[in-house]
Design a protein around this ligand. Structure first.
Ligand code: PLP
Length: 360
């Protein structure tokens, strides 16, 4: 294990084994005499890398054959606009479930294209829970229902899949991609930036059901039209080749770990270790409703916020970095994605205990 444990929310830690493999292959990929970075995206070597990455992702997630996988750029943030552009299909409005900062950003972008209905919101309790489906006011004529499956800043996660009947469900998976089993067939579209749980920044993955493709309005730029992207195998222009290659190495690493079911078990154990400790003392606190707590992003506060700087300094001295909470929330945030080993979480808990003893 590397000495430094990186708790960044994104771009985030990658598996050491994957970085080592990329380093070994950096100058000469599989005897090609080239780095992947130097390859033509139209050449057979690179095409095989992208095809393998897609095949491995399909296998890991069990993506049904009537779904397309797109490797896009522009981040999840561009999808906040591309999704309504492509999925509105002549309908008047979109239903959103508002659970925090990332929902808010998605809502704002969609408002430029359609009427937005807030079907449910957890704003009344500062976005510290997921509203129960019984309380949602869904519109049967909505173009789709949008949910953020894991709010990276607030640390609130859906541990269930909403039932939206015939209205397509769209999920932002940016910070929870490949962290737990997920029935893709319950969604019309899933998307996320790679830099949280999959690979380097620059790559955005979109998984979209066939019947939702081909509805962009006339005059839409081909770059923003899912149909044009599908027709060109996500190679309408030069794709982020190195990011896709690295994502592919992460998919193979995940398969070696035993797939998503095995990684999910590990993620449950990691999150439990940290939450159990936070709950055992009133020196630290996490505000999120217990059933909705994120397994990936764990925000926590110190009882006395004037100790925050000392806490962070001590953590850095112990080679634990990027624990400072998001500016909108304050306190700390430990992001413990797939690549974070349980030993790293244990080291954080040991330090938290020690810090409490000295300052409690
Ligand atoms: C990081 C993040 C985004 C934004 O991703 P970009 O790739 O930076 O555009 C959107 N949604 C969620 C849930 C995120 O965590």
């Amino acid at each position: 294990m590397r000495q430094t444990v990186n708790f960044s929310a994104g771009p985030a830690a990658l598996p050491e084994e994957v970085l080592q493999q990329a380093a070994n292959e950096m100058l000469d990929w599989h005897g090609s005499g080239m780095s992947v970075m130097e390859m033509s995206h139209r050449g057979s070597e690179y095409m095989s890398i992208q095809a393998q990455a897609e095949a491995d992702l399909r296998e890991l997630m069990g993506i049904p054959s009537n779904y397309k996988v797109l490797f896009q750029q522009g981040g999840a943030t561009l999808q906040f606009y591309m999704i309504p552009l492509n999925l509105l299909r002549g309908k008047a409005s979109i239903d959103f479930v508002h659970t925090g900062e990332w929902s808010k950003k998605a809502i704002k972008e969609a408002k430029g294209l359609a009427k937005v209905n807030i079907a449910a919101s957890s704003e009344d309790r500062k976005f510290t829970y997921i509203p129960a489906q019984a309380d949602w006011r869904l519109d049967r004529d909505a173009a789709y229902v949008h949910v953020c499956m894991n709010e990276t800043i607030g640390g609130v996660e859906f541990h269930w899949i909403p039932d939206t009947g015939d209205v397509p469900l769209v999920g932002d998976l940016s910070s929870t991609f490949l962290s737990s089993r997920l029935d893709v067939s319950r969604f019309g579209l899933l998307y996320g930036g790679a830099q949280k749980n999959i690979g380097p920044a620059g790559l955005t993955i979109v998984i979209v059901r066939d019947d939702l493709i081909g509805h962009a309005p006339a005059g839409t730029s081909q770059m923003l039209d899912y149909q044009a992207q599908v027709d060109n195998d996500s190679m309408l222009n030069t794709p982020p080749t190195f990011s896709i290659y690295l994502a592919g190495l992460v998919f193979q690493w995940l398969k070696r770990q035993g797939g998503i079911a095995a990684i999910e078990e590990r993620n449950i154990a990691k999150a439990k270790l940290l939450y159990d400790y936070i709950d055992s003392t009133d020196f630290y606190a996490n505000p999120v409703a217990v059933p909705d707590r994120s397994r990936m992003n764990v925000p926590f506060t110190l009882r006395d916020a004037s100790l925050d700087a000392a806490f962070l300094k001590g953590a850095e001295e112990r080679h634990m970095v990027q624990l400072k909470g998001h500016r909108s929330v304050g306190g700390m945030r430990a992001s413990i994605y797939n690549a974070t080993p349980i030993e790293g979480v244990q080291r954080l808990v040991d330090y938290m205990r020690e810090f409490e003893k000295q300052n409690g």
